[in-house]
Write a protein that binds this ligand. Structure first.
Ligand SMILES: CNc1nc2cc3nc[nH]c(=O)c3cc2[nH]1
Ligand SMILES: [Zn+2]
Length: 378
């Protein structure tokens, strides 16, 4: 099963940081059936059983450990029974690292024209063919057992932002009941089921959600309902309310986050795992991530710039190609262009989490954070 062992708290910086706001930065090891992985970690998003534009071999080469796939998409197409018949998601997509699947709740609300949410589950229309569909905790868990990910998520409602207190309260209580139903439906040993903390942007609801889910005893906890358009300080405030209530010896996964500045802040609050489509999505419109902010390599300014995107970057794109070449490919709509920007952006984030881990282990995380934020423009 998924055990979280060997974490190391930054003791010296921890005391110092407590004076200037909560800091629970930690470096851990996440045990799964497909290996033991280092945290803090960034998980590349492979929504439809592929991380867009890159191969499993390239993902392995750049240091990806766990990748994310979406139950909502694979349930609609090609179907999770088909994936099970193919030998499960690892075999289907030839990935022997870790896989985490999101349970579909978020995608139902963000993709399909939503029909109705009841105690039973969520009725919606498929964004692919408009057919009427229905997801419940039991259906979502069965689908994830078919896919065979190492870590699966309880079926939840990601509360929209903003939301009235009363709506957030009722939805959060239902998500806790759905978490319990997810637990009862989860019968696949060796596969870890994480609950997802909700509570909207209300401190008291966040605490109730965390406490209720902790008492149901899950091997790990997602923090949901964030990165949904709220201001960053509000997200950090919700982390400050939630993370300290979660068991120290279990992984915390901040869903859908994010940019490097959000990652370094969330690690300070004690988050271990992240996923975000941002690096792969912006890569496809020619934006590269660097430690000083974004570099739109498609811009005319780089037409004759024969330097790499980042001369200190160890990725395949920066080791072999210039900004001018990548810009040319992107302007010519050459697929290899967005492959190179994607490879660079994924490498950048994977390397960034590795650097944070090293800083934590060497007890210098807070100065690492200061230096990074001073240079990175949002
Ligand atoms: C891009 N932001 C974002 N991606 C999310 C995925 C999620 N999955 C399940 N539950 C969530 O609350 C949830 C929230 C999220 N925010
Ligand atoms: Zn690079």
């Amino acid at each position: 099963t998924c055990a979280f062992a060997g974490q190391k708290k930054v003791l010296a910086a921890y005391e110092e940081a407590v004076k200037c706001g909560y800091s629970g930065a930690r470096a851990g090891r996440l045990h799964t059936p497909h290996g033991v992985f280092d945290t803090p970690m960034f998980m590349p998003v492979g929504t439809q059983a592929t991380v867009k534009a890159v191969s499993p071999r390239e993902l392995k080469e750049m240091g990806a450990q766990i990748i994310l796939s979406n139950t909502y998409h694979l349930y609609l197409r090609p179907g999770t029974e088909l994936v099970a018949e193919a030998g499960g998601l690892h075999r289907f997509m030839d990935w022997d690292g870790g896989i985490l699947t999101d349970s579909g709740g978020f995608q139902v609300f963000s993709l399909g024209p939503l029909r109705k949410i009841t105690e039973e589950g969520a009725a919606f229309r498929s964004h692919i063919d408009g057919s009427t569909q229905f997801l419940s905790p039991e259906i979502a868990i069965k689908a994830q057992m078919n896919l065979g990910a190492d870590i699966i998520m309880a079926f939840d409602e990601c509360i929209p932002y903003p939301a009235e207190y009363q709506y957030a309260k009722l939805s959060t209580e239902r998500t806790t009941r759905w978490a319990e139903r997810s637990q009862k439906a989860h019968t696949r040993s060796g596969q870890a089921l994480f609950a997802i903390v909700q509570g909207g942007m209300y401190q008291d609801l966040r605490r109730v959600s965390a406490n209720d889910l902790v008492s149901l005893d899950f091997p790990g906890y997602g923090i949901g309902g964030l990165s949904v358009g709220e201001p960053k300080p509000v997200m950090y405030e919700m982390l400050e309310q939630t993370v300290p209530l979660l068991p120290e010896n279990k992984p915390r996964y901040l869903m859908g986050v994010g940019t490097p500045d959000c990652l370094v802040e969330a690690v300070r609050y004690g988050i271990d795992m992240f996923d975000c489509v941002f690096p792969t999505r912006v890569a496809r419109n020619g934006t590269a991530m660097t430690k000083s902010g974004r570099l739109v390599v498609k811009n005319a300014a780089y037409a004759k710039d024969f330097l790499p995107i980042d001369e200190n970057c160890g990725c395949y794109a920066c080791q072999n190609f210039s900004r001018a070449y990548i810009r040319h490919l992107l302007k010519a709509d050459e697929i290899f262009g967005l492959r190179l920007t994607t490879i660079h952006n994924l490498y950048f984030l994977l390397d960034f989490t590795k650097k944070m881990r090293q800083a934590i282990l060497e007890d210098r995380f807070l100065s690492f954070r200061e230096e990074f934020l001073a240079q990175y423009c949002k």
